[in-house]
Design a protein around this ligand. Structure first.
Ligand SMILES: [Zn+2]
Length: 441
């Protein structure tokens, strides 16, 4: 086919998209090809709706990737494939609301130089991490900061069944102020502009542009940073906010008008309060959250995504860390668990998030242990990664519980997670949208 013919076809496709609103990049996440056969899962114990009493000896009937019915007893249906999980505890696929799937885990800065990694490097790393994440029982993730080309290509490839991984809701690049948490330092201007120039913004007009750009690339959600990171002084308890109120308000307005929620990375009190007063939908980390922020989270029905797993890495690195960084690291370790615990006791809705990428991909379930240690019951911990996470993603109709009409995202473990959440770290069966990716032994 000639180049001019190719170009003509491209133009036609582009025109179709423009004139008829056909959006190739943002198809519904449920469009993934599924097993259309009839399947019956026999569950020894079934936690269909975390928070409700589990069922004993129950069946899940799956057709075309969705749950047709949940029944008492072991149903026998002619022509159905039977999956025997009579010795297991069966529950909804888990949801991690804070991952960085394309980020190579635990690599030192020298190896992780963004100027030396291409979109292809990130995408290929993402393929490996996607499999690890799905194998761990996480059938859906929200990716909140990545190389734009890599994450949307990965999301779409998984959706189309070309790559094995969890269903992804992706933010694309983190939007931040110039010099803020989403910026890079130490590069010549030309390289810096290439790396993050389009996703840093200053002033409300520029910040609207930054949001629209991520949406144009295919963002399902918008991620911003109103404080520095945990590894720099901008992430300290008393650090000033890294964005202005008019910028965050503009971001929230334009994101909401485009049907996207806004997730705000924030450690210190000033950045948390600024984000909440500007109407964001979730606070990510919330490390130094105080009573005023807790009240705002509740009154605005916003969600907290704590990512306590990061503390495991902080604790591990503390002994060998630069002495000037150690007081900050100790502050995170000593204060964050108590602060998140206070938010939970006050009734703040908490959705499960690990910051996987900062911690090792596939070890996501370690976060459940943290939730129990800060005072959650095991069932409350499980709710963070099911019903609460589905609510934050705006996907309650499809995921979060095992009920008729929802997607067949089903996992199983040998243990009893309502007695000990460590059982969630030993997932033995994974089905996503009716397709089995990991079979029980
Ligand atoms: Zn993160």
């Amino acid at each position: 086919m000639s180049i001019s013919r190719n170009l003509r076809l491209l133009t036609c496709a582009a025109l179709l998209a423009q004139c008829f609103g056909v959006k190739a990049a943002v198809a519904p996440r449920t469009a993934q090809p599924s097993d259309t056969s009839l399947i019956v899962i026999h569950a020894g114990t079934l936690i269909a709706i975390p928070g409700h009493l589990p069922m004993r000896q129950a069946s899940i009937v799956v057709r075309g990737g969705r749950i047709e019915s949940v029944r008492e007893g072991y149903a026998q249906i002619a022509g159905a494939r039977v999956i025997d999980l009579k010795q297991k505890t069966v529950l909804p696929g888990l949801i991690d609301c804070h991952v960085h799937l394309t980020t190579p885990t635990l690599r030192k800065d020298a190896e992780h130089d963004p100027a030396k990694l291409s979109a292809a490097d990130y995408a290929l790393a993402g393929v490996v991490h996607s499999r690890q994440t799905l194998d761990a029982g996480f059938t859906t993730v929200r990716d909140v900061g990545a190389d734009t080309e890599a994450i949307f290509a990965l999301r779409n490839a998984i959706q189309q069944g070309q790559v094995v991984g969890p269903r992804i809701f992706a933010a694309g690049r983190l939007i931040a102020a110039t010099g803020g948490h989403g910026d890079v330092r130490g590069y010549p201007d030309a390289i810096r502009d290439e790396l993050v120039g389009a996703s840093t913004c200053d002033g409300p007009f520029d910040c609207r542009r930054a949001v629209r750009l991520q949406v144009a690339h295919g963002a399902d959600v918008i991620k911003i940073a109103t404080t520095g990171g945990g590894g720099d002084s901008g992430g300290n308890e008393d650090a000033p906010a890294e964005m202005e109120a008019d910028e965050v308000r503009a971001i929230v307005e334009v994101a909401h008008s485009l049907g996207r929620k806004v997730a705000a990375h924030a450690h210190g009190v000033a950045g948390i309060l600024l984000a909440l007063r500007s109407g964001v939908d979730s606070i990510e980390h919330g490390s130094f959250i105080n009573s005023e922020a807790i009240s705002l989270l509740r009154s605005q029905d916003a969600t907290l995504v704590p990512t306590l797993s990061v503390l495991d890495r902080v604790a591990k690195e503390l002994p060998d860390a630069d002495p000037k960084d150690q007081p900050r690291m100790r502050a995170f370790l000593s204060e964050m668990p108590g602060n998140i615990g206070a938010a939970h006791r006050a009734g703040v809705r908490i959705a499960f998030g690990t910051d996987a990428g900062v911690i090792e991909h596939g070890t996501n379930a370690g976060e459940f242990g943290w939730y129990v240690r800060i005072g959650m019951t095991p069932v409350a911990a499980l709710q963070t990664a099911t019903v609460n996470a589905a609510h934050l993603l705006g996907q309650d109709k499809d995921i979060g519980t095992l009920e008729a009409g929802k997607l067949a995202d089903v996992i199983a473990t040998d243990g009893d997670p309502l007695n000990n959440v460590a059982a969630l770290g030993k997932i033995v069966f994974v089905m996503k949208q009716g397709t089995v990716y990991r079979s029980a032994p």
